[in-house]
Design a protein around this ligand. Sequence first.
Ligand code: GTP
Ligand code: MG
Length: 169
Amino acid sequence: EKETFQFKIVFLGESAVGKSSVVIRFVRNSFSEKIESTIGATYTNTEVSLDDYIAKLQIWDTAGQERYHSLTPMYYRNSVGAFIVYDVTSADSFVRAQDWVHELRSQGAKNAKIMLLGNKIDLQERVVKEEVAMKYAEESNLLYAECSAKSGLGVNAAFLKLAKSIPKE
Ligand code: GTP
Ligand code: MG
């Protein structure tokens, strides 16, 4: 019997970068082009089995639309992990991700582990280079991964990497 630990995780990032799609890919292993934009926030829980313990993730997937911005502190405030998502085909979404990093660092749980996650790597029209994002992540002391919720590539690896980085208790 592995011991279990509960981790509160939040998804942040501009609208339409694919936050909900990444969560659905991880939790249900499915994908839809026709997913609805999130209203407020959506809660999901799931488990990640690590080498010697089970991480129970309580996931808050927030709405990226600006009108919901004022609600986000109640979701990130006592999170121990955060995915800050951008779309690799959108330079604006990468800038917005950096704003989220600043907001979390100044207003959020001080020791939360933050992963910068570039989504939609299945698309050809990439504008945010992997090396640029990786360098920013390194300099800012963030975990970093890229994925595609559509193909599933990199999604599990990103969750495992963040889950493993969170101290138990
Ligand atoms: P908000 O809820 O408004 O904050 O948006 P979101 O970040 O949750 O984005 P959502 O998951 O709703 O996805 C937005 C659109 O991008 C949808 O049409 C998805 O099907 C599409 N999408 C999400 N992930 C990917 C991906 O990896 N590749 C491609 N090609 N499309 C994706
Ligand atoms: Mg959403």
